[in-house]
Design a protein around this ligand. Structure first.
Ligand code: CP
Length: 332
């Protein structure tokens, strides 16, 4: 199959263009589909200022002193959970970490009862990851605390997409007009979905690449304001790419039979140094992590000069600080 256009440039749809009226501060971050360009730029600009805070000898300001951030995770995480905890502490907030596996969830407590309990205990921010798409939306209806989606099923991972946008803009100076190849297990990827919203809204061209069974149907891209293409051929996706974003093969979400074998996948789709040479000189190599080294990415590429994978993790702290600050509604 050759390159197929799934979505063409057009007017920004109401959902993407309207966001919250400027006068009303945002309370929740559930996905990027209700963000405007101006709001994304405000997050990225604020994150730049937060990076300055993190470069100081004492990496702490009292901005959110007296506030409490609770992380509630029903799935495993390292980067997102720790990133939020470090961000909250750097802003002077208190943090509490709840893992569903060691909470009263194991005694049968419902999500709603759990969330109401956390609010009764004083949570101002609830950062949650859940295996069920849409769970943070249900929670946001129940509590007055700010709810931040740290990943819901296959649906969305907005803070990952924001830190990806920040990293691209920091390294390449812009997002608009860039060509971004997203490669791998797109079907199961909440990172790809949120990045599609963020990248296209900011004017990047996106090409999705993977085996036919792991590439989404056209409806995946419905409503996107900018051009999105897909191809099953990695070389075609890499041609002229400014950014190559690899996705983890999510074997734990697959029920089997989606590609012939892992060896076949590696042979066809793993990003090697030779394949990377097809992208633009200096193209960024990104991965949200955790990586399956030797599956979707060769270890030499993961640690090579073009890789910004560790920078993504570091930038995640500044971006999450920016979000907490902006959600708190404090004056600039
Ligand atoms: N990228 C990401 O969400 O990583 P974690 O699962 O470690 O949080």
């Amino acid at each position: 199959m050759t390159l197929e256009v799934l979505s063409r440039p057009g007017p920004i749809p109401p959902a993407a263009g309207s966001i919250l009226p400027a006068r009303r501060p945002r309370r929740n971050v559930l996905d990027l589909d209700d963000f405007s360009v101006a709001e994304i730029e405000a997050v990225l600009d604020t994150a730049t200022a937060m990076k300055d805070v993190l470069r100081r000898p004492i990496k702490k300001v009292p901005t959110l002193r007296g506030k409490t951030l609770v992380t509630l995770f029903y799935e495993a995480s390292t980067r997102t959970r720790v990133g939020f905890e470090v961000a909250a502490k750097a802003l002077g907030a208190d943090t509490v970490s709840v893992a569903a596996a060691t909470s009263s969830v194991t005694k049968g407590e419902s999500l709603i009862d759990t969330i109401r309990t956390l609010q009764a205990l004083g949570a101002d921010f609830v950062v949650m990851r859940h295996h069920q798409a849409g769970a943070p939306y249900v929670v946001a209806e129940e509590v007055s605390a700010s709810v931040i989606n740290a990943g819901d099923g296959w649906h969305a991972h907005p803070t990952q997409a924001l830190l990806d946008l920040f990293t691209i803009r920091e390294r390449l100076g812009r997002i608009g007009g860039l060509r971004v190849a997203i490669v791998g297990d797109i079907l199961h990827s909440r990172v790809a979905r949120s990045n599609l919203w963020g990248l296209t809204l900011m004017g990047a061209e996106v090409v999705l690449c993977g085996p036919p069974t792991l590439l989404p149907v056209a409806s995946f891209c419905e409503g996107l304001p900018w051009k999105v293409e897909r191809t099953y051929r990695l070389d075609e996706a890499l041609d002229g790419a400014d950014v190559v974003m690899l996705l983890r093969m999510q074997l734990e979400r697959q029920t089997g039979g989606l590609f012939p074998s892992l060896r076949e996948y590696v042979r066809t789709y793993a990003l090697t140094e030779e394949r990377l040479a097809r992208a633009r000189p200096g193209a960024l190599v990104m991965h949200p992590g955790p990586m399956n080294e030797g599956v979707e990415i060769d270890p030499r590429v993961a640690r090579g000069a073009q890789s910004v994978i560790e920078a993504q993790v570091t930038n995640g702290v500044a971006v999450r600080m920016a979000l907490l600050y902006l959600l708190s509604g404090l004056p600039a």
